[in-house]
Design a protein. Sequence first.
Length: 105
Amino acid sequence: MHQDVTAQAWIREHRWAQVREQQVAAATRHWVHALNQDLADKGVYAGLLLVAGVVEGSQAQREAVRLGMDLTAIPTVSPADLADAHFDLFTTRDRVERIVPRNAS
């Protein structure tokens, strides 16, 4: 029974951690959009690059592989693609955010 209670407490805390992460992400996104709008007339650009996948060669990818996790259902993105997307956001300034890889939802 002790293990069940501990597991239930962990699950409950894990769910709350996910909710907090989502709230922080939403607040950050809102702040970047507002910042971009407020500073655009001063020539200042604020943008957000959302990485919706695993970065190839990253520590997170290596750790997941080490733990035997199946990453086949998760999109991957190369560091070069991230750099290109960042450069594109900065130079074109035609949108506030971009999701990489493009086919991620």
